[in-house]
Design a protein around this ligand. Structure first.
Ligand SMILES: *Cc1c(COP(=O)(O)O)cnc(C)c1O
Length: 460
């Protein structure tokens, strides 16, 4: 199976092509040419995440790797998790919480980025090349990218952190990694400044050595989605005693929701997907009001969901709303954000097939965390809490909600101090971060400074 761009120009790309390329040359996002169909009885007989991944991932990698080669990569793809099953499921009354934060950086992003890094490394080994990873982060992507790539000596990671809202722990997860092939760069600017630098770097590429790859680790990378598709099937396999299942997904860039939608298109039986957002509500404005328009970013207590536009949303528009009409998709997104996206009512109606949405304010998030803790003694992180309303407002007793717990609460200690809740059970990967020395390089939001810095720190 090959891949193509949502905007129609790039076509017939292999898995290796799109893994190494990231964004399509026409500005679109890569999509599989068809949705592979799973045999759901097979999934039902599987218990472990690894087993499910060995079934799901080869559908997408077949254009570049034999099944055997893929299985070899998958063997060590996910590592340094605190529990052998990788995921825990906590049952509550008529919902369950899928804990995706047992990886080394204590957020779900380890699932996608560890898989991408393992395949980066496989291709670099085969071609005897090196690569630079360049990314900007406002939350958990940077730490997961750094951690996923640091053990591969053919990859150097340069991750830019803006001034701003991430928690001290999130920052220290990046700045305390002492590896020769990792650079955490504090940029004197906003997240948007950092993203502009990344965009320019991908255009100019003047700091690369001959034949060197420049890799994107942001959430549009298809392989990250593949890693995430697997845990939706895992949840199903472990909760299939329920008559019907829905997912509530706290989201920012729509990557995690798109993975859920992908699983649905591949044959996962599910009733609905709730798109749960904080006050950065572009997705909720779309699903509730047919208004996809860019507003300024607000800083919230769920910083990993603070976005102005949801980059993976283009994939849904292309596949679901426009029935894969790449011309129509290119027209919409080439003129976005200057022109807001608003569909004809018949197209917009399609959302009822599967989607709901919820917006939760900071004040509500705090109330949810406190009351959930009071009632169940279970502590939600501020991102996960945003998915709770869909679960508790679910009045259909035959339908079981699965809430994705996207980060461990211990990443946000200040918030729980404010709420007078004691933090117990800090994951070992987050302990002692406070005592470690920070190793951070400071640059202005200036392309030449960045380019020079990378040149000096590149392989030689
Ligand atoms: C990245 C992140 C999200 C948002 O995920 P998307 O795939 O961008 O929707 C939610 N919660 C946490 C903790 C995250 O790190």
């Amino acid at each position: 199976m090959l891949f193509h761009s949502t905007r129609g120009v790039d076509k017939d790309k292999t898995f290796a092509d799109i893994l190494m390329q990231g964004l399509a040359s026409d500005g679109g996002l890569f999509m599989p040419d068809t949705w592979p169909q799973v045999e759901i009885e097979k999934i039902e007989s599987m218990q472990s995440f690894q087993e499910i991944a060995e079934y799901i991932v080869p559908f997408f990698t077949a254009s570049s790797f034999s099944e055997q080669e893929t299985h070899k990569v998958l063997k060590d793809a996910w590592h340094d998790f605190e529990i052998e099953s990788l995921i825990k499921i906590k049952p509550f009354n008529n919902y369950s919480i899928l804990e995706l934060f047992h990886g080394p950086t204590a957020a779900f992003k380890d699932f996608g980025l560890q898989l991408a890094a393992a395949f980066f490394n496989e291709i670099l080994n085969q071609e005897n090349k090196t690569a630079l990873v360049l990314g900007a982060t406002s939350g958990d992507t940077g730490s997961a990218a750094i951690d996923s790539c640091k053990k591969y000596s053919r990859i150097k990671s340069f991750i830019m952190l803006p001034n701003g809202n991430m928690s001290q722990i999130q920052r220290r997860q990046m700045t305390t990694v002492m590896s020769e092939n990792v650079r955490a760069i504090r940029v004197n600017g906003t997240f948007d400044d950092c993203q502009d630098l990344v965009k320019q770097a991908f255009k100019v590429r003047d700091f690369l050595n001959n034949d060197q790859y420049l890799l994107a680790v942001n959430s549009i990378n298809w392989t990250r989605i593949v890693g995430q598709i697997c845990y939706y099937f895992y949840a199903y396999a472990n909760l299939r005693d329920h008559k019907s299942i829905s997912f509530s997904v706290p989201t920012g860039n729509f990557g995690n929701v798109f993975a859920c939608y992908s699983a649905y298109k591949m044959g996962l039986p599910l009733k609905s997907i709730c798109v749960a957002v904080n006050e950065n509500d572009i997705l909720h404005r779309f699903f509730s009001n047919n208004d996809y328009s860019k507003h300024a970013v607000l800083e919230t207590i769920s910083p990993s969901m603070d976005i102005s536009v949801a980059s993976n949303f283009e994939r849904l528009v292309y596949d679901f709303f426009l029935d894969r009409d790449s011309n129509a998709c290119a027209n919409l997104f080439n003129s976005f954000p200057s022109n807001a996206i608003k569909f004809d009512s018949t197209i917009w109606e399609k959302r009822h097939e599967i989607f709901l949405s919820h917006k939760v304010t900071d004040k509500e998030t705090k109330e949810i965390i406190s009351s959930h803790f009071f009632e169940t003694n279970y502590l939600l992180d501020p991102h996960t809490a945003i998915g709770i309303p869909a679960c508790i407002e679910n009045l259909d007793s035959s339908n079981h909600y699965v809430l994705l717990a996207t980060a461990h609460p211990a990443k946000f200690p200040k918030l729980y101090e404010e709420l007078n809740i004691d933090m117990v059970d800090v994951p070992s990967s987050l302990m002692n971060l406070r005592d470690k020395e920070e190793n951070v390089y400071r640059l202005n939001a200036n392309y030449d400074e960045l380019s020079n810095f990378i040149k000096i720190n590149n392989f030689n």
